[in-house]
Write a protein that binds this ligand. Structure first.
Ligand code: OX2
Length: 854
């Protein structure tokens, strides 16, 4: 503590945020010369990016300190969002847009001034933004959702922290070599990361392995005899903090990311036995815990290191949360009134067990009293119903790494099953179905989703259809046990700051002008967008709307040209009448990129057929108007089928794009290394985007919302959030097709037992693939549909997919006004999908926390 008389000196010198362009320039130069130890003569774009970021960060940190002090002083309940993935992307532009001071000026105006100030210093803001590597600490939707949520929590003035892991390697960078995906490491911390603050003064010891001591562990001869875990291997968790600014508020929240370090304890035993090298090696292993993000999306791999990551992160975060709670000197009963912890999927389920261990073993609370606190604290979000993604851990592996936690899980299960038995006596089947320990498999396994349900007071799905599905399928028995009230829905959302204002400044400008909102308040209150509806048929407005779209298409064409080494793949001169059809997301059989590329092959064959019949190309173009099909996305490195789909897309692209005869009326493009910053260019450029998962498999989807928010139309199945998007924007404004979720089981059954012939169109596609028209061996892909039950129902939906694509062509090319009207109406009604709305629902229905305003 600073002595009272010294505080005056602090106050006199108190740090100040830069407010004017002039003050910014002064900060910038100071950071170049001192922080970076560079000068006027050797300040390149990278240094300028870093100096800009440091300057902006200084402002954030000042608000961050105030926000944290305010939150502590008010003693308000805090939310902790635990996510193993935060797919943040770049921070600088977002920080500029969100930057706020006491003045009336919006962050957006401020950004313009900084841009001017940077100009004067001899740099271009756009070039500096490009210097920043993506913080790609996530796989796909789940990690990006966490990033949108912390943006909205800060914006809504909620006292909330995110907790994650600071991986040294984020999701791999994807290279395409000979059409195949090749993974290269993403060492994103190559240059200092100006957005993080290392907190090396905080060191949390984390233990693994060891054994459980049941002797008199109080050491004082008292009768209290709890168990005590004696850990065998110790590492240290050190946090890095990232300030998260809200929009139009001075509130700045914290994202705390843990990194693993070796202990500095000296192992005398090893040293004396001359085993120095070994003791160093063991120390080095500590760092490997947070070295790399597991690159699977919707798939669990079951590796010990992954479980270590999970425990390391949960234990460090809980230690932190409990320490903060204890400082305020509340009684333990008050814990759930002070702390809400949201589990982003089952990855942080160990936090439930760890809190119970802290309360029972370390704080000596009665088991039931402790468990009451635990269940009131936690809530769990489920993101999938797919079996292969549901986490299970073999008892052997788990008990070796975390022996005491295994015991606690057994006890949790014992009390839970006792409760079930009392409610449903003698239903042995039910007991074995809901047991946290699965006995059926070869080795007994812990079902993490069940543990998460039992240890939480609320469980939510991420879109209405999905939340209904979990209640009738994977968690059916739990609805019977706990009643339906424990299960709820919070439909996903996205932050309009990044996904509208930042990604699509031109559209943002047009909107704010049209609805008379120069301060961009619509970015907080998205219902204001409904004002756009009155312009839906206004020709002048339509033409401005269209101009924005064309500008964004041009911007994407530039990116593609760069990625294709200067090849003008998308014919520049024709962009205005070329439909951009985009599918960008993780490559997965259930997302059905294979159906899209089969559709592309069919289109190509149809064009060729007409040409071979002597139909002139100008006539062919009437039936198959200009279109470019754009794909992007990463496959898990070990996912054979997904990798084959990538190869097929690239091979088709090779054939189609180099076929002179079709005169460029159709192109297929694969954009390598899809990531957040590329998404910001790609999404605003879509005329049409594809969200075509097998009904019932995509829990929500969030890129569907991003595309609609940017004026793109959707072709999609009746799945995930597509259902609610349809409800919000109107069924006239979306192209839906395909079988419904309720019919999927029956269709799969039919495939298994009655092998029906494939539709003619798909048969034709398979024949040319089998003839070797496209480089590569695609037999497994074709066989999975022809002979192995077509699990994802491509054959069932293919025809209606093609028909719907024809309808798309017709509206786009023959009725452009109608198209633009649909596009405007979609944006007018997309407001529901702001993540601000999600956070408000979580806060009101699940966390019971209030925003904290000045
Ligand atoms: C994804 C889901 O697949 C996607 O549908 C959803 O929009 C997203 O999470 C955010 O809720 N891993 N990733 C997901 O689920 C799992 C498991």
């Amino acid at each position: 503590m600073i002595p009272l008389q010294s505080r005056e000196i602090w106050k006199k010198h108190g740090v100040k945020k830069f407010e004017t362009p002039d003050e910014f320039q002064s900060k910038f130069i100071q950071h170049v010369e001192t922080t970076l130890a560079r000068s006027l003569y050797n300040c390149d774009d990278l240094a300028a990016y870093q100096a800009t970021s440091q300057s902006v960060r200084d402002n954030l940190v000042i608000d961050w300190n105030k926000s944290q002090q305010r939150q502590t002083a008010r003693g308000s309940k805090r939310v902790y969002y635990l996510s193993l993935e935060f797919l943040m992307g770049r921070a600088l532009d977002n920080a500029l847009i969100n930057s706020q001071d006491g003045s009336e000026e919006s962050g957006v105006e401020k950004r313009e001034k900084i841009k001017g100030a940077i100009d004067e210093l001899g740099f271009k803001l756009e070039d500096l933004l490009e210097q920043e590597p993506d913080a790609a600490l996530g796989n796909g939707g789940l990690g990006r959702l966490a990033a949108c949520f912390i943006d909205s929590m800060a914006t809504g003035d909620y006292p909330a922290w995110g907790y994650g892991l600071r991986y040294q390697y984020g999701i791999f960078a994807q290279k395409i070599i000979d059409g195949y995906q090749v993974e290269t490491p993403d060492y994103w911390l190559n240059f200092a990361n100006p957005w993080e603050i290392e907190r090396s003064e905080i060191q949390v010891p984390i233990n693994f392995y060891g054994y459980v001591d049941r002797s008199d562990n109080n050491g004082d001869g008292s009768t209290l005899c709890a168990s005590k875990w004696i850990g065998g291997e110790r590492v240290i968790a050190v946090p890095y903090d990232m300030p998260i600014p809200g929009f139009k508020t001075e509130n700045v929240n914290n994202l705390r990311m843990w990194t693993a370090r070796p202990t500095t304890e000296f192992d005398f035993a090893k040293f004396n036995s001359g085993d120095y090298k070994n003791s160093v090696e063991q120390q080095q292993r500590a760092e490997s815990i947070t070295a790399v993000l597991y690159p699977n999306d919707n798939f669990q791999e079951g590796k010990e290191l992954r479980l270590k990551q999970q425990y390391f992160w949960c234990a460090a975060s809980l230690h932190d949360i409990v320490r903060r709670f204890k400082k305020a000197k509340h009684s333990w009963e008050d814990f759930p009134n002070q702390v809400a912890i949201q589990l982003n999927d089952t990855h942080p389920t160990l936090a439930i067990v760890e809190l119970q261990r802290i309360l029972v073993d370390l704080e000596h609370l009665d088991w039931h009293k402790a468990w009451d606190i635990v269940t009131k604290t936690f809530a769990y979000t489920n993101h999938t119903v797919m079996q292969e993604a549901l986490e299970k851990w073999p008892i052997g592996l788990f008990g070796h790494l975390l022996p005491r936690h295994l015991e606690i899980i057994y006890d949790i299960n014992w009390f839970f099953l006792k409760h079930v038995e009392s409610k449903f006596p003698r239903d042995v089947d039910l007991l074995s179905r809901v047991s946290i320990i699965e006995e059926a498999s070869q080795e007994r396994q812990i079902r993490m989703a069940f543990l998460a349900i039992v240890g939480s007071h609320k469980v939510n799905g991420v879109a209405e259809l999905h939340s209904e599905l979990i209640k009738t399928t994977i968690f059916q028995d739990f609805v019977k046990i706990y009643g339906p009230g424990k299960f709820t829905n919070v439909t996903n959302g996205i932050t309009p700051r990044r996904w509208l204002k930042q990604a699509n400044p031109k559209l943002g400008e047009l909107i704010s002008k049209a609805i008379g909102d120069p301060q961009d308040d619509y970015l907080l209150n998205m219902s204001k967008l409904t004002e756009l509806a009155k312009f839906a048929e206004d020709e002048d407005f339509q033409s401005q709307w269209n101009d924005v779209k064309q500008f964004n298409k041009q911007r994407l064409a530039d990116l593609i040209e760069k990625l294709y080494d200067g090849e003008d793949v998308i014919q520049r001169d024709n962009i205005r009448n070329t439909l951009f059809d985009i599918q960008v997301k993780r490559i997965h059989e259930y997302k059905r990129q294979q159906m899209n590329i089969f559709g592309c092959i069919y289109r190509y064959l149809s064009i060729k057929k007409l040409l071979s019949q002597g139909v002139p190309i100008s006539e062919v173009e009437k039936k198959y108007p200009r279109k470019v099909s754009i794909f992007g996305g990463k496959s898990a490195p070990g996912y054979y089928m997904a990798k084959l789909i990538i190869k097929l897309i690239n091979s088709v692209s090779d054939v189609v794009n180099h076929d002179k005869e079709i005169n460029n009326i159709f192109k297929v493009v694969f954009i390598p290394d899809y990531n957040v910053s590329k998404a910001e260019i790609i999404i605003p450029a879509s005329d049409l985007s594809e969200h075509i998962s097998t009904a019932g498999t995509e829990a929500s989807g969030t890129s569907n919302m991003k595309f609609v928010m940017n004026g793109g139309l959707i072709i999609g199945t009746v799945d995930g959030a597509n259902v609610e998007i349809t409800r919000e924007i109107g069924e006239d404004n979306i192209f839906l097709f395909g079988n419904l979720a309720e019919n999927v089981e029956e269709l799969r059954y039919q495939h298994q037992y009655h092998g029906e012939p494939l539709p003619q169109e798909l048969e034709e596609v398979f024949q040319v693939i089998e003839q070797g028209t496209f480089d590569g061996d695609f037999k497994p892909l074709v066989e999975s549909i022809r002979h192995h039950g077509d699990y994802y129902l491509v054959s069932d939906d293919f025809k209606s997919y093609l028909q719907t694509q024809s309808l798309v062509d017709e509206v786009y090319h023959k009725n452009k006004k109608e198209w633009l009207k649909k596009s405007i109406l979609s944006v007018a009604n997309v407001g529901f999908f702001s993540s601000d709305r999600c956070i408000q629902e979580y806060a009101d229905e699940i966390w019971n926390v209030e925003p904290l305003t000045n």
